[in-house]
Structures are given as C-alpha cells and as structure tokens.
Design a binder for this molecule. Structure first.
Ligand code: PLP
Length: 343
C-alpha cells in the first residue's frame, strides 16, 4: 500500500533500483556521432522483439510518433486515423503544426476502424485531391480504455494498406499491454505495420524514452527528423540503460496491472453513481461514467483522500493501473469510493 494511490497514469511509475544501478554503470559515448553502445544495444533489443530491422531511441512517445509521421508522410499528403488517436488528439497538433499533414479521422469500434469504411476513404491523389500516404492504428488504445485491437482487424487493415500502396504506422505506446492481454507475440504486431513506436516509460517503468522501429531505410530518415526536432542526444546511454532493464525485466509484470484493473473495475461497477461495464476492461486502463456528481468534483473529493485519478470529461474519469499501485491501494480506493458514493 502507498500513502498516495496514484491512478492518473502509468507514466507516474518511478525507475527501479536495478534501473538506477544500470544507469550509474552505463557505458556511454556521443550517440549523435553513433558512439553510444548502450543506446545501440537498446535499439537492437527493441528491433529484435518487434521483428523489425532497426530502431531509434527517442525522448518520448510523442516524438516517436512525430518522427514516424514526418519521415513517411509529405506535407499536403493525408494520414487517416481513428477519431480518438493519441497522435492526433494529445500531441499538440504535431502532424499539422510540424509537418503539414492533412488528417482524416474515422469512427471506430473500440479503436478498431472498419476496413470497408477505410477502403472508401483511401485515395490515390490527383490534381485536386491529396494522396493518402498513411493509416495510423493505436494498440492498445488509450482513449478506448486500453482496448486491444483484434488481430483480424489489424490484418485486414494491413492487407488493405499494402494493396493500395499506403503505409501503416502503429502507435504501440502500450504494445506490451496488448501482447500481455491477447497473447499475440510482439513480432506479429510488428509484422503488421511499417513503423511502430513503443514506450519504455509506462508499464515498463523506465524514467524516460521510447523506441521507433522500422526498416533500416525508414529509421535512417526518422533519425534526420529526430535531429530536426532537437531529439538527438549525446551521452544518452545513461537513460537508455534503464530502457534495457525495462525491456528485459519488466514485460512479465504487465499482467499484474491487468489483474488489478479488473479488480478495480469489478468493484467500481458495483458502486452507485458510477457506470461501467467491467467486461470492456482488457488491459490497465479504466474509463468510468460518473453520474453521482461532476467528474471534476469526484476527482477533487478523492484527491483529498489521497486517491488520485483524472477527470477526462464532464462525466468521465480515467483510472490507470501500474507498478506503483497495488491491490491494497485498489481495495482502499474502493472502500473510499463506497463511502463517498453512499453505498
Ligand atoms: C503515452 C502515449 C504516447 C506518448 O506519450 P509521451 O508522453 O509523449 O511519451 C503516445 N501514444 C499513446 C497511445 C500514449 O498513450
């Protein structure tokens, strides 16, 4: 049990003692000159796990998506994504602001776009119309409550994109959660896209960093965009070292977060003033509808009880499970919520 039960995000996790030690002892060099052996090792490890040729270490998931988009879609070309895609909604408008990418969003079933609808929107480009250059998918899907994209859906989208000469990018910030929940190997997900960006700093507990994976040629282009954005870093092996520990030791613990999420969701579903179908909770993210009061008020009341979560709408809150909250925190949160809601 922790003094504060922090359910705001899995990004709040702190590095483990093993990570701190690896960071202290990391062998480093100037990574911009290609000299940092620790960064290279991390990039190779990630590429191997996702079944890709090469990897590029970047400071954040946002930059991972940015260099993937910027390096593969030209200004004035189009990218299609699901309406709640992180890369369009929560990355400060980078696609348009940095790269002049035209974006089209489609509605979805829990993050999974309908391939038939997608097929109608993909366009080859003409004197008048932009060319669709990329389709972006997100797995697991943050704002659809950590939903895992069905493998069949990903395969259908991949096939469609290949047949129409369109690239596929996967925002795999939480690909570890998708694999833990579905049993689909990481490399199988990697095989269903041209580029994938994965986060080391969420469920895997590293303090900083993401890795972009793709072909060697794609990664070479992405490296230029990373430089352009100011994300090329020098003796950054001190950070990459924590990422190596994350990849080698932390993937196996993700399932615990999913178990805790289920326990919290099942408990909350029984409370008055909260609406939630626990069956939709597949991974570590829970969105609930709050009917008892305004979501912001509920957030404030729980915060006073040292239970932190985020109001994500007028009547909606998000709880995220991770290594720094445990089952006792979940039980305490449920007891406090029962009190507050008058169960
Ligand atoms: C967290 C997240 C990112 C990247 O976030 P950063 O805070 O920039 O590391 C990208 N996509 C999804 C789906 C995410 O949840």
């Amino acid at each position: 049990m922790h003094d504060i039960a922090d359910f705001r995000s899995d990004t709040v996790t702190r590095p483990t003692p093993a990570m701190r030690q690896a960071m202290a002892e990391a062998e480093v060099g100037d990574d911009v000159l290609g000299d940092d052996p620790t960064v290279k090792r991390l990039e190779e490890m990630a590429a191997e796990l996702l079944g890709k040729e090469a990897g590029l270490f970047v400071p954040s998931g946002t930059m991972g998506n940015a260099v993937s988009l910027g390096s593969q879609v030209a200004p004035g070309e189009e990218m299609i994504a699901e309406e709640w895609a992180h890369c369009l909604n929560f990355e400060a408008g980078g696609a348009a602001g940095l790269f002049g990418i035209l974006t089209r969003t489609l509605r979805s079933h829990r993050g999974a776009m309908d391939p038939e609808e997608l097929a109608r929107w993909i366009r080859p480009g003409s004197l008048h119309t932009p060319r669709t250059a990329m389709v972006a998918v997100e797995n697991s899907h943050n704002f659809h409550g950590g939903a895992v994209l069905p493998l069949e859906n990903l395969k259908a989208i991949r096939e469609l994109c290949l047949s129409r000469g369109v690239l596929t990018h996967m925002d795999g910030a939480r690909i570890w959660n998708a694999t833990a929940a579905s049993g689909v190997p990481l490399a199988e997900y990697g095989g269903l896209c041209d580029s994938i960006s994965v986060c080391l700093s969420k469920g895997l507990r590293a303090p900083v960093g993401s890795v972009v994976l793709g072909t060697r040629a794609m990664i070479d282009r992405a490296r230029v965009f990373r430089k352009r954005l100011g994300g090329a870093m020098r003796q950054v092996g001190v950070i990459a070292a924590a990422g190596i520990v994350a990849l080698s030791e932390m993937r196996s613990r993700i399932g615990q977060d999913h178990e805790n999420a289920r326990a919290l969701a099942e408990g909350m579903a029984r409370l008055p003033g909260i609406e939630l179908d626990p069956a939709v909770v597949e991974t570590n993210i829970i969105f609930v509808k709050v009917t008892a009061m305004e979501a912001a008020k509920f957030e404030e009341i729980l915060r006073a009880e040292k239970i932190w979560m985020l109001a994500t709408g007028d009547d909606q809150c998000r709880f995220v499970l991770h290594a720094d909250v445990d089952r006792e925190d979940v039980d305490r949160a449920l007891a406090v919520m029962a009190d507050v809601l008058g169960d």
